[in-house]
Design a protein around this ligand. Structure first.
Ligand code: IMP
Ligand code: MG
Length: 177
């Protein structure tokens, strides 16, 4: 089925995305070499970015995923977060790198980083592909940030609107017609 009824405008091209991923991967490799980090992706949005990132980092690491409550079909965060799918491994002594597609209000990543810190890891850091700083409701430190983006609703490169558009290779702005 073709996605219709909305207009898509490329905001960040796949070429620019690749350059951003390469830069982040180099930073992460520099900081985590020899530490066998646990890379924790937040489902579902982060799966495309995480897949590109770990291959660009290209050093020993482990991958796991969590699933938290998300936007559902609307474009507004409920602010209430619960863990729908938890990690499958022990965190004691591990260096944890949380990977997120976009930090909006910051509620999701703030919740997850606090939640993970309670499990006794050696460190917890955050890598986000994009951030909308103008939308922030809680103060959150992004240790590895790809790009700041404007307060627009974005789809593609893993990001969805009601489960549509995740497959788009570019990051696009969604404009309802
Ligand atoms: P936060 O808790 O408000 O920071 O929301 C983060 C989550 O909201 C991300 O993991 C995304 O799944 C979703 N989100 C925020 N902004 C967008 C957007 O522009 N497009 C698609 N999803 C978004
Ligand atoms: Mg998400």
């Amino acid at each position: 089925m073709v996605d219709t009824g909305s207009e898509l405008k490329v905001l960040i091209s796949r070429r620019r995305i690749a350059a951003v991923v390469k830069r982040l991967a180099e930073e992460i490799r520099g900081d985590y070499t020899g530490l066998n980090p646990l890379v924790v992706g937040i489902l579902k949005g982060s799966f495309v970015f995480l897949a590109d990132l770990v291959r660009a980092v290209n050093m020993p690491l482990q991958v796991d995923f969590v699933k938290l409550t998300s936007y559902g079909d609307s474009t507004q965060s409920s602010g209430r977060i619960t863990v729908l799918l938890d990690l499958n491994c022990q965190l004691a002594g591990r260096h944890v790198l949380v990977v997120e597609d976009i930090v909006d209000s910051g509620l999701t990543t703030a919740f997850l980083c606090d939640y993970l810190r309670q499990k006794g890891p050696a460190s917890v850091k955050l890598c986000a592909f994009t951030s909308k700083p103008s939308r922030r409701k809680v103060d959150i430190r992004i240790d590895y940030l790809g790009l700041e983006v404007p307060d627009k609703f974005l789809v593609g490169y893993g990001l969805d609107c009601a489960e549509r558009y995740r497959y788009l290779p570019d990051l696009c702005e969604l404009k309802e017609k």
